[in-house]
Design a binder for this molecule. Structure first.
Ligand code: NDP
Length: 310
């Protein structure tokens, strides 16, 4: 079997175009543009890139954004004061606190201080609870993006056995809730799961959200399954390139490692997935692109619900 590659670019572009059209309507018909406030604390280089992408994308779709960059030594109280001010500010529709936060900050207190109806990351306990109750909620962007990939690629979810590897609050758990909402039969695996490969092999839809480069290999992948690779990891091993990437990618990947010291890979061995799965999301160019698109969608949804009652 040779897997169909599910392009995140094409699907993200579709969603971005839909969101831009909605923003234009809000401006023309209702006279306002949604506003997203993004908070970054400290100098984490990955966070700087992620936040930059979010602010840039907001400008592209016509969402107004403000970036609040606070020093690394910011206290919990100082951050809480900003989050509370934005939560109470009527012109702010979405608030995003970029994680991870520096160690001295009480992350839980900060996430709980975000007004639930402006919580565009979907991390507030009210939204987590609503999602799990099957009620309308702001839903975490990455798993919401996975659902969009599946639906817009015409991959049936209802009745299928979906296996998620990873149980984090930002990916694994909300992914399980969303797949359940779509009527999949869901299994969640984690680091204490016994005989992981036997379970993942039985998946018709396998979502890998582990944070370990190319951890999911041929033995974990069911013939003809759909494999969604959420992971984003650096891959540095020149000697393992030929056994990890499909033939047509090997040269490009070797060149990237030689030039920059690493190339990007997810949690799945791409060569094995291409050989065994029916559908596979690439890294880069897969789920990652959906995360930012879904943040834009959440911001517009939050604005509509709060300002127009839906
Ligand atoms: P976490 O580290 O929070 O969670 C990892 C999960 O994987 C844990 O539940 C852990 O189990 C499980 N795990 C670790 N090792 C194993 C193993 N050997 N076998 C089975 N399960 C294992 O990671 P995140 O959920 O935050 O992220 C996962 C990946 O997704 C990362 O690569 C991250 O970079 C990427 N990511 C990508 C995004 C995107 O936009 N595409 C957005 C967010 C994350 P346990 O709970 O038992 O420790």
């Amino acid at each position: 079997m040779r897997a169909r590659v599910l392009s995140g670019r094409k699907i993200a572009d579709e969603i971005i175009a839909e969101v831009a059209a909605e923003v234009a309507d809000l401006r023309e018909i209702h006279g306002f543009s949604p506003r997203l406030d993004v908070i970054r604390v400290g100098e984490d280089p990955a966070s700087e890139v992620y936040v930059g992408n979010k602010v840039k994308m907001a400008a592209e779709v016509g969402i107004e954004s403000r970036l609040h960059h606070l020093p690394a030594e910011t206290t919990t109280d100082e951050l809480l004061a900003l989050v509370t001010e934005l939560s109470n500010n009527d012109i702010v529709d979405g608030i995003l606190v970029q994680l991870p936060l520096p160690d001295q900050i009480d992350e839980r207190a900060v996430l709980e201080a975000v007004a639930a109806d402006k919580d565009v990351d979907g991390f507030h306990p009210l939204n987590v609870g609503r999602l799990n109750l099957g009620h309308k909620a702001l839903v975490p962007c990455t798993p919401a993006g996975v659902i969009e990939i599946l639906k817009r690629s015409n991959i049936e979810i209802a009745g299928k056995h979906a296996v998620i590897v990873g149980r984090s609050n930002i990916v694994g758990k909300p992914m399980a809730a969303l797949l359940l909402r779509e009527n999949a039969t869901v299994t969640i695996c984690h680091s204490r799961t016994a005989d992981l490969a036997a379970i993942t092999r039985s998946a018709e839809i396998l979502v890998a959200a582990i944070g370990r480069p190319a951890y999911i290999k041929a033995e974990h992948i069911g013939e003809g399954s759909t494999v969604i690779d959420v992971g984003i990891n650096p891959f540095v091993d020149l000697n393992a390139v030929a056994s990890t990437f499909p033939d047509e990618d090997v040269e490009k990947r070797l060149a990237a490692i030689e030039k920059r010291g690493s190339t990007l890979i997810g949690d799945v061995n791409q060569r094995d997935a291409m050989a065994k799965a029916a559908n596979f999301t690439p890294v880069p160019g897969g789920v990652g692109l959906l995360t930012v698109a879904m943040l834009m969608k959440n911001t517009v949804d939050a604005a509509k619900t709060r300002r127009l009652n839906g």
